[in-house]
Design a protein around this ligand. Structure first.
Ligand code: NDP
Length: 497
């Protein structure tokens, strides 16, 4: 007698033969009642779910956040109190490539974290860069279209990218980081993560502070040049998965130092830049990073699809002590990410095991696709509306955050007016040594191949406003790589009206 389990249909009936289709005679003629064949083919047709429109290619693992510092005066978040240890999940990704894209492409890397805290899931959905290309969410779909395929050629378009960037000078900071050494990390372990947005902390006294999150790699920064990346892609398109999964299987657990920068509400009124502008950092000298703890990844998922592809991160997931800010990009993502998951995974996506909080969940949402939790999450069949007198789950006023002080007249304010888009890229450019500058120039020139001169000149004019050496360096690299000569049609920086 074999001790192998019996193979069954999804309805549990034993399968007598998994090798031969039911036919009318040995030479063919498939019988429609071969439900087993139909079920197999139908399931195969449904194995793929829509891939993420952005951040489709990803690599993830589980770990722990350990708090070693004391920031309890800023936040009541249980997972950030001294000594707290919180289980978590990380998913890293590229932005533009599809699910089958090669890992070692120059691109911003997603750095998405889910902390399973006693007060519910806290998701911090950041990148490996502290800033982003745009500051107004109305431009996000346009920006992503420039990173994706041209509707006619179905090819990526350098012209579209540089056309958009050169008309959007707020992108200069992120473009400079993307084209610098940090734009092509060797693997997810050797790069930093940043919450990027300004979030807020609030404490037991009801005081609010603005905060930025930093995750500094303890493995050190390591990057590839374009040439090294290209050579690797020729050998493997899955270098990040191999490195992260393989490292954790071998017991090499990557760690990041967790830090925060904190700004008071009063300080926020005095900064020369908008502290809620996603294209800006808070200078370390003014807002020194405070050590909070260490994040370690130490366990691989058992099933990539179930636990990494179906992992649903959303900035809407905050817990008492942590909240949002007037950052427009963050506010739009609070809607957009949860909406993407409802579309990709279904209405009850938070019920998929990897997304389930590790604390009791009680809500009054009902029915809908994939309601696999018994119909109601109230624990009482009569408690299906609220308020009720049947002792159903009830709100907890202690979770109420302090008021967020915002006032102003409603209008569509020009987000480019009065903004200094050049000083912070200049501060970064000035940090680079000669070798880093040379690679920056070459990477930009390489990415500009085939772009019309008018667009190149518009972008060079922006580089010149950052630093004359920036413009001169890129111009020389363009001439070296593409035989480019100055275009006389347009040399003025222009921002879209
Ligand atoms: P600091 O000199 O205090 O900080 C510079 C920071 O720049 C470093 O701590 C490091 O950030 C980061 N950095 C160093 N080398 C590189 C590089 N090759 N590519 C990208 N980032 C690098 O100055 P400021 O705080 O005034 O910042 C100056 C510029 O540094 C900013 O305009 C911004 O472009 C960049 N930067 C600033 C960060 C911030 O939060 N203030 C964070 C990251 C970059 P890290 O310690 O995070 O590795």
């Amino acid at each position: 007698m074999s001790d192998r389990p019996t193979m069954t249909t999804t309805a549990g009936a034993p399968i007598p033969d998994n090798q031969n289709t039911m036919t009318a005679g040995p030479r063919g003629g498939v019988m429609l009642q071969d439900y087993q064949l139909i079920e197999k083919l139908a399931h195969q047709n449904r194995e793929r779910i829509p891939e993420r429109v952005v951040h489709a290619k990803g690599w993830g693992a589980y770990g722990t956040l350990k708090i070693t510092g004391d920031i309890s005066k800023y936040t009541k978040a249980k997972c950030l109190q001294p000594g707290a240890e919180t289980p978590m999940l990380a998913r890293f990704s590229t932005v533009a490539g599809e699910m089958g894209a090669a890992d070692h492409e120059r691109d911003v890397r997603g750095f998405a974290l889910k902390f399973y805290t006693p007060d519910g899931n806290w998701d911090l959905v950041g990148n490996n860069t502290p800033v982003f290309f745009i500051r107004d969410p109305l431009k996000f779909p346009d920006f992503i279209h420039t990173q994706k395929r041209h509707p006619r050629t179905n090819l990526r378009s350098a012209t579209a990218m540089w056309d958009f960037w050169s008309l959007s000078p707020e992108s200069l900071h992120q473009v400079t980081i993307l084209m610098s050494d940090r734009g092509l990390p060797v693997d997810p372990m050797h790069m930093n993560g940043y919450g990027s947005h300004t979030y807020s902390f609030w404490n037991d006294a009801g005081e609010r502070y603005w905060v930025k999150f930093h995750f500094k790699t303890l493995q050190g920064h390591k990057h590839f040049t374009n040439e090294e990346g290209e050579a690797l892609i020729g050998k493997t398109r899955e270098g990040y998965q191999e490195a992260l999964f393989g490292g954790i299987e071998r017991g090499e657990f990557p760690r990041w130092k967790v830090q925060v920068q904190v700004m008071t509400e009063e300080q926020a009124e005095r900064t020369s830049y908008n502290p809620f502008d996603l294209t800006k950092v808070w200078p370390h000298a003014e807002f020194p990073p405070i050590d909070v703890g260490v994040m370690e990844l130490n366990r691989n998922a058992d099933n990539y699809f179930a636990e990494i592809e179906q992992a649903a991160f959303s900035p809407s997931n905050v817990v008492p002590g942590i909240s949002h800010s007037p950052d427009k990009m963050l506010q739009a993502r609070v809607f957009s990410y949860a909406d993407a998951h409802r579309y990709r995974l279904g209405t009850h996506y938070e019920n998929i095991p990897v997304n389930q909080p590790k604390c009791p969940v009680h809500h009054y949402h009902r029915d809908g696709q994939m309601n696999t939790y018994g119909g109601l999450r109230t624990g009482n069949p009569n408690a299906y509306y609220e308020p009720n007198s049947v002792n159903g789950p009830f709100e907890d006023a202690s979770a109420k955050e302090p008021p967020l002080k915002i006032s102003g007249d409603m209008a569509r304010y020009n987000h480019r007016e009065g903004n200094d888009d050049y000083s912070q890229p200049r501060a970064l450019f000035n940090l680079f040594d000669e070798g880093q500058k040379g690679r920056l120039f070459s990477n930009i020139a390489a990415a500009m191949g085939g772009v019309p001169g008018e667009i190149i000149e518009r972008q060079l004019a922006h580089f010149k406003l950052v630093h004359p050496d920036y413009e001169a360096g890129v111009r020389a690299a363009l001439e070296r790589l593409h035989g480019y000569k100055a275009d006389t049609i347009s040399a003025q920086p222009t921002a879209a009206e």
